[in-house]
Write a protein that binds this ligand. Structure first.
Ligand code: FES
Length: 157
C-alpha cells in the first residue's frame, strides 16, 4: 500500500527525530503517501501509514482529518490552495478566486471536468508579504494577478 520509494522518502523524515519518535513524521508521511494515491487518503492508506510509523491508527486518522492539507475524496491531480485570509483578501484574493473559478468552470471545492484541478480556499499560508497568493503542491505563487494565474494554470499538466 506504501511504495518502496515512499517508504524511503518517509525514512528521511523519520531520521530527523530521536529514535523511537518516528510518529513525529506522520504529517510528512501522510503527505508523501497522499501524493502517490491520486492526491487523497483512504482509511486503509492512513492505517498503513500508522502501521509503518508504529503508531495507533486513530492518532494518524486524527492528524489526517484535522488539517486541510489532506484529502479524503477525489480532488483531481492538482489542488490550488488559495489563501483568502486578511492580507490576501485586502489585496484582491476574493476577486482572483472568482476569476479562477470562472476560468476553470468550477466552484471552490469542485474538480474540473478533466480531473486536473480543484480549488480550495485556505487560511493564511504564512506568505502575507506576497499577498495575494496560492499554493500548488509545495510551490507558493505570490503577488498574483489575473495574468499570472493564466500563466500558472495554463501550464498545469
Ligand atoms: S493572509 Fe494570505 S498568506 Fe497570509
Amino acid at each position: 500500500m506504501i511504495s518502496k520509494q515512499a517508504k524511503e522518502h518517509i525514512d528521511i523524515w523519520v531520521a530527523k527525530y530521536p529514535a523511537g519518535c518516528q510518529s513525529s513524521a506522520v504529517m510528512e508521511a501522510l503527505k508523501i503517501v497522499q501524493a502517490e494515491n491520486e492526491n487523497r487518503l483512504s482509511a486503509d492508506v492512513i492505517q498503513a501509514v500508522a502501521d509503518y510509523l508504529e503508531m495507533p491508527g486513530i492518532a494518524a486518522q486524527e492528524v489526517a482529518t484535522f488539517y486541510e492539507n489532506y484529502n479524503h475524496k477525489p480532488v483531481g491531480k492538482h489542488t490550488i490552495r488559495f489563501c483568502h485570509n486578511i492580507s490576501c483578501m485586502l489585496n484582491g484574493a476574493d476577486d482572483l478566486i472568482a476569476y479562477l473559478e470562472e476560468k476553470l468552470g468550477v466552484k471552490t471545492g469542485q474538480v474540473t471536468e478533466n480531473g486536473l484541478v480543484n480549488v480550495k480556499k485556505v487560511e493564511c499560508l504564512g506568505a502575507c508579504v506576497g499577498a495575494p497568493m496560492f499554493q500548488i503542491g509545495d510551490q507558493y505563487y505570490e503577488n498574483l494577478t489575473q495574468q499570472k494565474i493564466d500563466e500558472i494554470v495554463d501550464n498545469l499538466k
